[in-house]
Every structure is written in C-alpha cells, then in structure tokens.
Design a binder for this molecule. Structure first.
Ligand SMILES: Nc1ncnc2c1ncn2[C@@H]1O[C@H](COP(=O)(O)OP(=O)(O)OP(=O)(O)O)[C@@H](O)[C@H]1O
Ligand SMILES: CC(C)(CO)[C@@H](O)C(=O)[O-]
Ligand code: BAL
Length: 288
C-alpha cells in the first residue's frame, strides 16, 4: 500500500477527512528501524488506518544535543511505512509545525524533572508540546509509543489523563538486537567498539532482573556491578543514571517496595546518549 504523504496542514486536513473508521498514530522522529515497524504493526491492531508522523522536534533537544546531526532518512522511512501498511505519513517541516515561536507550551511538571529530565532539562516539556500538537492536528483515536522510552510513555499517559485528551495511549514492548541491545535510531552513531560498550546497558538490566528475586536493592546492586565494569572499558561508558522507579511516577523506590517497578539506565558512549529499561515486579518475601 502506498501511504498518502502530507507535508502541510492543508494536506493533512484533506487526508484526515478522507480516513474512514478509526485512526491510530505512531509519532516518530524518523530513521525508522525494526522497533518503529513493531509500533506500526501494533497500531494496525488498534485502528482501521495507521498514520505515522516523522518530525525531528527541535523543542525537545537542549543546547549541545544532537538535533543538527540526528539521522534524517525520509525516503527510507516512507518505504518502511509503505511496507508496514501505514495509510498516512505526516512529515511536516519545522515551519509547518511551528509557524511562530510557541509562547504557550506544555509543562511536564515534577515528573519531567526526574531521572531523564535531570540529564536533559526541558526535554519533556518539548516532547509533550509536540505530542499534544500532533494529537490536535492528526486527531487519532489511539497513539502507540515504545516502552523503550518508558518515562516518555508514562508522561504522555499522565498528560492525557490530566488534560482530558481524548486519545487512547498504547505502549508496545522494546525490540532488541539478538545480543540484547535495544534498537534506537542513535545506534547508528556507534563504532564497533562503542557498540560493545553500549551492550553493557542491556546486560546490566538483565543482571538486575536475575537478582530481583532477592529484592530491589539486590537488583540495583547487580546492575551497578556490570556498569562499573563498563566504566573501565575502552571506550568507557559514562553513566548518567541507574534507578529503580515507580512505573507511573518515576519516583525512586526503596528496598521495601513490592509490586511493579522499572529499572532504568542511561549513559553516554563517546558522544552518543543511550537509554534502556526493564519492567520488574517485586513480590512479598513469600511470593518471591
Ligand atoms: N527498540 C524499540 N522498540 C520499541 N519501540 C521503540 C524502540 N526504539 C524506539 N521506539 C519507539 O519509537 C517511537 C519513536 O521514537 P524515536 O523516533 O525517537 O526512535 P528512537 O530509536 O527511540 O530514537 P532515539 O535514538 O532518538 O531515541 C517512540 O515511541 C519510541 O519509544
Ligand atoms: C514522541 C516523539 C516522536 C515526540 O517528538 C519523540 O519523543 C520520540 O520519537 O520518541
Ligand atoms: N526517543 C526519544 C526522543 C529523544 O531522544 O529526543
């Protein structure tokens, strides 16, 4: 199927008015990989038509981040959208998305200042602002986001609840390489030695999972041991954070915690910022 490509608001409005039945949106920044493909396939199960947006949102990049060099591969992205059966691709320019410098934006609140928000101040405000704009422009019934960006997904769920946005938010599991590395558009920045070091992120999460029967502190300790080793590798991992958090609020949990949690990690290898996480569940001592 060849999707309709909308580059302007008028083209999008015309395409949207022709959609029959329900519509699911998959927001992306392009450079589509197997993780994005899985989101498009999941979206097809939630609606009659799938729309994919491809837009590298300047508002969610801080000074010194990789906005300029972020991979832009639109022709390949359109081929992926067609192969996966998307009916509509919205690919606005910066001027179409932000005809004027926005004065009124979404504030992500305390949750946006935790964990990844400490490493990337302002990131979640910019992300939520563009997601809200995409929801207004595309008017989807449902929107699909990857669990790889777990704090992003939790924040979007919270925005939709707090602001009564009529969109069903659906999370989809993280797609990994056979060796465990989470797929990410930024992986293409990595040299072979950097990729080997980057693997420590998913290895640390697995070590945490393996130790989790002994409780939250043991899970964090096992993950940290892997990351400490990676910090001494060549090239080294520069750890930004390793935290065990409540999945809904991203506040840190303590050793007494029982129930679901997310073990989240982020770090830099060379100049590449990578994140990963694993959902865990802690039972009472008898259950575990
Ligand atoms: N490995 C993955 N598995 C499942 N979903 C993913 C994966 N990687 C990204 N996604 C999801 O795809 C959507 C678009 O993300 P984005 O275009 O930023 O890709 P990305 O690979 O996360 O890029 P980046 O390297 O910039 O973080 C988000 O909902 C994100 O969570
Ligand atoms: C949701 C999103 C497309 C908003 O720019 C982006 O943060 C991403 O690709 O995860
Ligand atoms: N994948 C989340 C978008 C970002 O890193 O800016």
């Amino acid at each position: 199927m060849t999707p309709v490509i909308a580059r302007t608001r008028a083209e999008l409005a015309a395409a949207r008015s022709r959609v029959q039945g329900t519509l699911a949106l998959v927001p992306t920044m392009g450079a589509l990989h197997e993780g994005h493909r899985s989101l498009i396939r999941a979206a097809r199960e939630h609606a009659d038509t799938v729309a994919v947006s491809v837009f590298v949102n300047p508002l969610q990049f801080g000074p010194g981040e990789d906005f300029e060099r972020y991979p832009r591969t639109l022709d390949d992205d359109l081929a992926v959208c067609a192969a996966e059966g998307a009916g509509l691709v919205f690919t606005p320019s910066r001027e179409v998305m932000y005809p004027a410098e926005p004065q009124v934006t979404i504030r992500s609140g305390p949750m946006g200042e935790r964990v990844e928000g400490i490493t990337r101040p302002g990131h979640f405000d910019g992300m939520l602002t563009v997601v809200m704009k995409l929801f207004q422009l595309v008017r989807p019934d449902a929107a699909i986001f990857g669990e790889k960006d777990a704090q992003q997904l939790a924040m979007i769920r919270r925005m939709v609840a707090d602001l009564d946005v009529p969109v069903r938010v659906v999370g989809a599991p993280t797609v990994r390489e056979p060796d465990g590395l989470a797929l990410s558009s930024r992986n293409r920045y990595l040299s072979e030695p950097e990729r080997r070091t980057a693997l420590s992120l998913s290895r640390a999460l697995r070590a945490g999972e393996d130790a989790s029967a002994a409780g939250p502190a043991a899970a964090v300790e096992a993950a940290r041991a892997v990351l400490d080793k990676a910090a001494a590798e060549d090239p080294p991992l520069a750890l930004d954070y390793l935290v065990l958090v409540d999945p809904a609020t991203f506040t840190e949990i303590d050793d007494a915690h029982r129930g679901p949690a997310v073990l989240a990690v982020a770090g830099r290898v060379g100049t590449t910022h990578l994140i990963d996480n694993l959902p865990l569940r802690f039972g009472s001592p008898k259950e575990s």
